[in-house]
Design a protein. Structure first.
Length: 459
C-alpha cells in the first residue's frame, strides 16, 4: 500500500513565487508517518516548497487541513479524486467544521489521528472506509516518535519541533485550540519527550505545545527531564506563569530561553470580552514582564486587535508598550473568527461577518479583516496592524530594544538571535500580507529531463 501525505500551502500573490520565509517542519506529518506499519510506503509532499505529482500512482492521499489552507486543500483533493484516488482529510479545520470538509474527502479524521489510524488503514485496505473517524477525548498521548526522515532534503528552518502536549486548559473565546481540544490538555510522558529530543541530536528546539504551562505540575516534570540535556528551547506559555518563580527557574535551568506570551490586549474591557482577564488578574503586565526579565527569559508578545474597544489609540498604545518594555519580538494581528469558536458564533449572530465562510472566498487574502469591528472599519483595522508591525520592526525600535542586557542581549548568542529574527521580521513585514488564499504555488518540477510548472487556481 502506498500513502501520500500532503501539507498544503496557504496561497501566493499573483505573479509572484511562493513565500519561502519562516518554513518550519510540519511536525504533524512526521507523527502521521510514524503511525504507518512497515508494509506501507509513505510519500510526503510539502506544497509550500515542491510540486505535487498528481499523476504518480498512490492508493491513498492524506491532507492536513487548516482554515487558511482549506481552499488549497480542497483543490488538491479534487485533483486526486478526479484521478480516482481516495482522499482522507484531517487537521484542525476538519475538527472545527467537519460537515464542510466531508464534502471534499472520502473520509475525515476529527481530533487526533493516533487513536483511529490503525482502524482507518485496515478499512482503507479492505475498501470499507467510514466517512468519519473520531479521535477526540482525554488520554495520554503515548510514546509516538515522529518520523522526521520524511523531511530529508528540504530547506526547513534550523530548529527542531517537538510536542509534549496538545490543547490548553483555558477558554479564550477566539481560540481554535480550545474549540478543538475542549479546554483540556493531553500529555506524552515527559521522559519520552526528553529521549526523543536527545535522539534527534539537535541542540535547539521549539516545543510546539499550545500552552506549555497550562498544567504547571506537568511543566515541572518536563523541566526535570530536560535539565540534564544541555539544550536550548523556546515555547508558548500563558502569562500566569510569571507568578510562579520556581517554575520559571526550572524552565530556565532546563534550557528555556524565551516564551511566546499571548498578551492579546492592553485594554481591560477587551481582555474581559475575550475571556482572558486572568492575564492581569494576579499581576500587571509590567510586573509579569519584570519577572520574565529577572529570569533572563526573552518574551515574544502577541497582540490581537479588533475587539470592541480597539481603535487607533489602543493600537498605538500597544506598540508603545511593546517598545517601552523591550519585547524581544511582537506580533500585531487582527482578530480572526475561526469556525467553531465562540467568537465566530457571536459575530455571526450579530451579523458582523462580512462572509460567513470567509476562508472559501477565492478573492480572500491573508491580512483581510473579515468582520465589522465596532470602532474601526475593516480597512482601518488592517492598516493598523500593518502600521504596528512597521513601527515595532522599524530601525529605531530594533535598535532601542537591543540594549536589554537581562534578556534580549543577555549573551552573544541571544544577541545574534535577536538581530537575526528582528531583521528578518523587518524585511518580511509585507511578504505574507495579501497572499491570495488557495492560489497554487508555482513550483517547478523536473521529470525525465522536462520542466513542468503546476500553476492552477484553487477552489
Ligand atoms: S491561553 Fe492561549 S492556547 Fe489557551 S485558550 Fe487562551 S489563547 Fe488558546
Amino acid at each position: 500500500m502506498k500513502i501520500t501525505l500532503i501539507y498544503p500551502a496557504v496561497g501566493r500573490k499573483e505573479g509572484k513565487s511562493y513565500v519561502k520565509a519562516w518554513q518550519m517542519q510540519p511536525l504533524s506529518m512526521a507523527v502521521l508517518a510514524s503511525l504507518m506499519p512497515p508494509d506501507v510506503e509513505t510519500c510526503f509532499y510539502d506544497d509550500r516548497m515542491e510540486a505535487i505529482p498528481y499523476d504518480d500512482s498512490t492508493d491513498l492521499v492524506v491532507i492536513s487541513v487548516e482554515t487558511f489552507t482549506a481552499l488549497r486543500s480542497y483543490a488538491i483533493a479534487a485533483e486526486f479524486r478526479q484521478r480516482g484516488v481516495t482522499v482522507v482529510m484531517g487537521g484542525y479545520h476538519a475538527t472545527l467544521i467537519p460537515e464542510e470538509v466531508q464534502e471534499h474527502a472520502d473520509a475525515i479524521v476529527i481530533g487526533d489521528a493516533e487513536p483511529v489510524w490503525s482502524q482507518l488503514l485496515a478499512d482503507a485496505r479492505s475498501g470499507r472506509l467510514k466517512p468519519v473517524y473520531d479521535g477526540r477525548g482525554r488520554r495520554e498521548l503515548g510514546n509516538v516518535r515522529p518520523d522526521r526522515r520524511i523531511f530529508a532534503g528540504r530547506p526547513y528552518q534550523n530548529i527542531t519541533l517537538v510536542e509534549y502536549a496538545r490543547g490548553c486548559n483555558f477558554k479564550c473565546d477566539f481560540c481554535s485550540i480550545t474549540a478543538v481540544h475542549g479546554a483540556a490538555q493531553n500529555h506524552r510522558p515527559a521522559r519520552d519527550v526528553a529521549e526523543e529530543m536527545e535522539q534527534t541530536g539537535s541542540q535547539r528546539f521549539f516545543i510546539v505545545d499550545d500552552n506549555i504551562v497550562s498544567q504547571p505540575g506537568k511543566a515541572r516534570e518536563l523541566c526535570r527531564e530536560l535539565q540534564p540535556l544541555n539544550i536550548s528551547w523556546v515555547g508558548q506559555a500563558s502569562i500566569h506563569v510569571a507568578n510562579d518563580d520556581d517554575l520559571l527557574a526550572a524552565m530556565v535551568a532546563s534550557g528555556c530561553r524565551g516564551v511566546l506570551i499571548g498578551m492579546e490586549s492592553i485594554n481591560a474591557a477587551n481582555l474581559k470580552a475575550m475571556g482572558k482577564d486572568w492575564n492581569t488578574a494576579h499581576a500587571t503586565y509590567e510586573a509579569s514582564l519584570r519577572q520574565f526579565r529577572k529570569h533572563g527569559l526573552a518574551v515574544y508578545g502577541t497582540f490581537v486587535f479588533g475587539y470592541d474597544e480597539d481603535d487607533w489609540a489602543v493600537i498605538k498604545q500597544s506598540v508603545d508598550f511593546a517598545r517601552e518594555h523591550q519585547l524581544f519580538l511582537a506580533a500585531f494581528n487582527h482578530l480572526v473568527p475561526f469556525p467553531g469558536t465562540p467568537l465566530y458564533r457571536r459575530l455571526l449572530a450579530e451579523g458582523r461577518l462580512l462572509q460567513e465562510k470567509w476562508w472559501l472566498e477565492p478573492s480572500g487574502r491573508v491580512g483581510d479583516v473579515v468582520f465589522n469591528p465596532k470602532k474601526m472599519t475593516p480597512a482601518e483595522l488592517e492598516a493598523g496592524c500593518l502600521w504596528a508591525r512597521r513601527e515595532f520592526y522599524g530601525w529605531s525600535s530594533i535598535f532601542g530594544r537591543l540594549f536589554d542586557r537581562e534578556a534580549n542581549a543577555s549573551s552573544a548568542t541571544m544577541l545574534g538571535v535577536y538581530l537575526g529574527l528582528n531583521l528578518g521580521s523587518h524585511f518580511d513585514i509585507d511578504l505574507r500580507q495579501g497572499l491570495q488564499l488557495g492560489l497554487a504555488p508555482n513550483h517547478q518540477v523536473k521529470r525525465h529531463g522536462k520542466v513542468r510548472v503546476h500553476a492552477r487556481h484553487g477552489g
